[in-house]
Design a protein around this ligand. Structure first.
Ligand code: 7PJ
Length: 279
């Protein structure tokens, strides 16, 4: 199985590590956009040295209560980082919901659009379809970042996530996007209780039956805090456990903050003969 993206055909015969790069203002410094861009680029370089296969750059926080940005605000954060990171030799993903940001990022040459809203923004499907070659990750979310954790509820979370993703695949394919360009993500923590998230992990194989690669992000998420009683800065071990469990259950790409540690853990998993994503 390979994931076709703008510049790279990403082989999925071993788990791929997607490193998270937040391109958000540093609240401890007032060095301005230039300083934030430099900091983000230094982080890109570190994650590549640590063994990241893909970088995922996002300018807008999805935390409940975080302000929503205009296109211009989000683009101001992203543009300089994208231009420089495009020369680093690894596939670049942009974590955005906005069709106009997608268009601009694709015009620069980015490889992947990663959208927590499954390309539901007006024009988003068309932006990806018109490009002709970029990869796309379609993620499930119930509700909106501002309110999604108030009372998440499902008759059957796995069935609902699966049917939503199948529906978005249909929409995106009907617009002309080739299946090899698509990956799917259940959206851990996006409108889901702790139980919902772990049920999605236990029953991950149900999502694999859709026939697309799975990308999963457990890194440092609050369900791991709920399970372990640890604050966000203390969730490395739990994040590694979740990454290995999701790979064991067939995930192809893990989206993580702690790239070096995840790469090491996956090396041991592979040496133990436990890597299950050879198909
Ligand atoms: C995810 C994401 C995720 C995908 C974020 C965080 C919140 N994109 N963007 N999957 N999470 N595809 O990293 O904690 O789980 S932002």
């Amino acid at each position: 199985m390979t994931w076709h993206t703008t510049r790279f055909q990403i082989a999925l015969n071993r788990p791929q590590v997607m490193g998270i790069v937040n391109v958000t203002p540093d609240s401890f410094s007032d060095g301005g956009q230039h300083a934030d861009t430099r900091r983000a680029l230094a982080h890109c370089e570190k994650l590549i040295r640590d063994g990241a296969d893909i970088l995922d750059l996002g300018g807008e926080s999805t935390r409940p209560g975080a302000p929503t940005l205009t296109v211009e605000e989000e683009w101001t954060r992203l543009e300089g980082v994208l231009r420089a990171a495009l020369t680093m030799g690894v596939p670049l993903s942009v974590d955005t919901c906005k069709a106009e940001v997608m268009r601009r990022a694709l015009d620069l040459g980015v490889d992947i659009i990663n959208d927590i809203r499954g390309l539901e923004d007006d024009g988003a499907v068309e932006a990806v379809a018109r490009h002709g070659a970029c990869g796309v990750c379609l993620m499930h979310m119930q509700g909106d970042p501002a309110t999604m954790q108030l009372r998440p509820s499902y008759p059957d979370v796995v069935a609902e996530v699966k049917s939503y993703l199948a529906m978005r695949v249909d929409v995106v394919r009907a617009a002309g996007v080739a299946p090899q360009r698509i990956t799917l993500d259940p959206g851990i923590g996006f409108g889901k209780t702790v139980d919902h998230n772990f049920q999605l992990l236990r029953e991950q194989d149900a999502l694999l039956t859709l026939g697309y690669p799975l990308l999963i992000g457990w890194s440092r998420k609050s369900s791991l805090g709920a399970l372990t009683g640890r604050s966000v800065g203390e969730r490395l071990a739990a994040s590694l456990g979740a990454a290995l469990a999701s790979v064991q259950r067939g995930a192809h790409i893990v989206r993580v903050h702690d790239v070096a540690e995840t790469v090491d853990a996956l090396k041991v998993w592979a040496a133990a003969g436990l890597i299950s994503t050879s198909s």
